[in-house]
Design a protein around this ligand. Structure first.
Ligand code: GAL
Length: 373
């Protein structure tokens, strides 16, 4: 969990803004709720020195990355960094191909805790991808610092089949999320929350402790901000839609990394990002990704098994109108009676074998079901 720089700052990332985001993460209560990483994305690099050591842009990062890592660690946070398995990154900055061991050593010497490793500029075949990711994973291990490794080749080579073996702890399953609900048929590109859901939801069997599907960043609270998330038709979502993304990502045991301006959050955004009952579903120790048990144009219903024997059930209304929904939990494979708790209303609904009620357009309800003995 954490906050990633790309959707908000893109290439204009710098140490002052990252420190402010870290401070806001602590002050807002997000750090206490579990958001404990600041991830620097593309644009931090300033080339290589005369010994080929990768360096940070001295204007954007005058104190250097090691000092920034200390700033995070002093506040109980971790620092993520970004590179790419080619000569240049997606935005055209210095990347790590051919310098894997040296760069891994450098990141370790800066006390970095996480590496997102992108795939722009690299050849399309799977064998090269596996090899390039494994080379960097091995280099990280050799650095002797515990650096988590995030694989980012957008799901194009089905990384769920090989990324864990190559040394990744998580892998992106799709292209970049845009700040929108769903791609319109006339739009050539730009994946919305629903487009990403429909890929990632099918991959539930591949996720588990230490090897996770990554359906990309949260767009919660961006409200159509200009920048990467605003491209490809990303004109913004409603709070109901943001609440749905958060709920669905939690059901899918996705990494939760916000990208909005943590220094200026309205109440709706805070309510979503700080819902600790929903965060507990995401972070549940069993590490199971929800299964989509019902899937049609209007309704998607997900069930996630939890470590203490409870179940999380999410009901999404994909249609453009509010609808009434009724379900016997038995239809989801859940026999018997349950204490039902609504995790958005923070309210116990009593003992039941079923649920019925209204679900707004694009709303996702989440219930926690505790079996009645
Ligand atoms: C993309 C990646 C984005 C972001 C961007 C930076 O390939 O999917 O999440 O990292 O590169 O240039």
């Amino acid at each position: 969990m954490g906050w990633m720089s790309w959707n908000f700052f893109a290439e204009k990332v710098n140490e002052k803004d990252l420190e402010e985001m870290a401070d806001a993460m602590v002050a807002s209560g997000m750090a206490k709720a579990g958001y404990n990483h600041i991830f620097i994305d593309d644009g931090w690099q300033g080339g290589r020195d005369n010994k080929n050591k990768i360096i940070a842009d001295p204007v954007k990062f005058p104190s250097g990355i090691k000092a920034l890592a200390k700033y995070m660690h002093d506040r109980g946070l971790k620092l993520g960094i970004y590179s790419d398995a080619a000569q240049l990154t997606c935005a055209g900055y210095t990347a790590s191909l051919g310098f894997e061991e040296q760069d891994a050593k450098t990141f370790a010497s800066w006390d970095v805790d996480y590496l997102k490793y992108d795939y722009c500029g690299a050849p399309p075949d799977s064998n090269t991808a596996k090899l390039r990711y494994k080379t960097m994973a091995d280099a990280l291990r050799k650095s002797r610092r515990d650096i988590a490794f995030g694989i980012c080749e957008w799901g194009e080579r089905q990384p769920w089949h090989w990324a864990a073996q190559a040394g990744g702890q998580l892998w992106r399953t799709t292209g970049d999320v845009r700040d929108k609900w769903k791609r319109k048929s006339a739009e050539k590109w730009g994946e919305g929350i629903m487009d990403i859901l429909d890929v990632n939801a099918e991959l539930h069997s591949y996720a588990g402790p230490g090897h996770w599907n990554d359906p990309d960043m949260l767009v919660v609270g961006l409200y159509g901000k200009k920048g990467p998330s605003g491209d490809g038709g990303g004109t913004g979502c409603t709070d109901t839609e943001y609440q749905s993304q958060f709920s669905l990502w939690a059901m899918m045991s996705a990494p939760l990394y916000a990208t909005n301006d943590l220094r200026n959050m309205n109440e709706a955004t805070k309510n979503i990002l700080l819902n600790e009952e929903v965060i507990a579903i995401d972070q549940d120790a069993l590490g199971k990704q929800a299964e989509r048990k019902i899937k049609n144009d209007v309704w998607n219903v997900f069930v996630k098994s939890l470590a203490n024997g409870d179940y999380a059930v999410a009901i999404l209304n994909r249609s453009d109108a509010a609808q009434n929904f009724a379900i016997d939990f038995k239809e989801l494979g859940l026999d018997g009676k349950y204490e039902v708790r609504d995790l958005w209303q923070h309210k116990d609904l009593g003992k039941s074998k079923s649920w019925k009620g209204d679900v707004q357009s694009h709303e996702t309800k989440i219930f926690r079901l505790m079996k009645v003995k």
